[in-house]
Design a protein around this ligand. Sequence first.
Ligand code: ZN
Length: 126
Amino acid sequence: MNPRKDKTRKQAAGHPVHSHPAKDPVARVIEDVSYCAECECEMVYPIDWDQADGRHWRVTLRCPNCEDVREGLMDEELIEKFDCLLDRGTDSLVRDLRNLTYANMATEINTFVSALDGGHLLPEDF
Ligand SMILES: [Zn+2]
């Protein structure tokens, strides 16, 4: 069994699983925006949005894991929650990028130092 599709694990972990499919996918309210409804990936993000009425936004979400694209309505409270989740995701990505950049630079410096120590660099290399 694909563990990502195993919804019993998700329920056991304390995350609600919504088993009531919406009648109208466009009009349904997205109750939990932090997980993909298809694969439960945690990296769902908005690709389009516009204001539906005073308190609701029509949002199109995309899952980068399974390419699922869904549209739904979010109220302002859910938009605020989703905005916080996206900010945390952005912070996490920036932190990972910095760590990866640092690791790559350290590797390049170590390689350069090894080449210098081994006499493998010649003036015509520059
Ligand atoms: Zn997905």
